[in-house]
Design a protein around this ligand. Sequence first.
Ligand code: SF4
Length: 291
Amino acid sequence: MDYIGRIFRPPSEARSLLLQVTVGCSHNRCAYCDMYRDKRFKVKPVERVMADIDEAARLGPAHDKLFLCDGDALILSTKRLLPILEAVGEKLPWIRRVGVYGDTRSVGNKSVAELKELADAGLGIVYHGFESGDDEVLKLIDKGGTRDECIETATKLREAGIDHSVMVLLGVGGERLSEQHATATASLLSSMDPAYAGALTTTIVPGTPLAEMGARGDFKLPGKFRMLEELRTIVAESEFTRCRFSSNHASNYLPLRSTLPDDKDEMLAVLDLVLARRDERILKPEHHRGL
Ligand code: SF4
């Protein structure tokens, strides 16, 4: 398989076959992100991608899921994506679901009819880190999408029958916008009503615009317990039909996993206990955290 540079995938795709169809991220501007700063975005030649599919076919049914890399591979046009999905369906018939990272841009540039075509060809889930429900925070971090566009993204994916797994980022509004970030994120999650949601914790990575903002005094990461208060607000105020909600990403200080709304009371009780004690020994040590 041909992989260029560091490869990232969601934790739930750990056992998936990784097929790199683009290199880097077409946006590559989110203030906190350094995943693809060393890569210039490009689309991989279709012959190269098809050769990887042929190679995976020769290796046989080692995986039952496939993830399209890199950063926002759904940015590819439907015309480019469809033959890839069709080749996966034909040559790797044991693959039962294809996943990809997407966002307001990559879903926004496709009609529901196009998304349905992609779903029919095997696209089953889109992972979307929208990070915050607050437009001021989204602007601060140069996310490149708005709250309204996130709702439109969720609506289109639902209409197309594609699962939507979203990620939000605790602390990303800094101390100054912490409260409005948490409240607006809960209300946006309620409006989007995804099947899966994960809370990650902001880490200031050297060399990123967020680190530069911090050095200038324009951004201060909230304390660990303040970020857990944000998580509490999000859990308490969001209203889901049924959502697998987790905070078990490597970046988090307190890994939790639940189904909301069923487990809401239980999850709030754990958070309230941790917040009442304010004992750092309960939290994941800094050296065990990852990005
Ligand atoms: S967070 Fe996602 S969209 Fe933003 S720069 Fe990183 S890979 Fe690209």
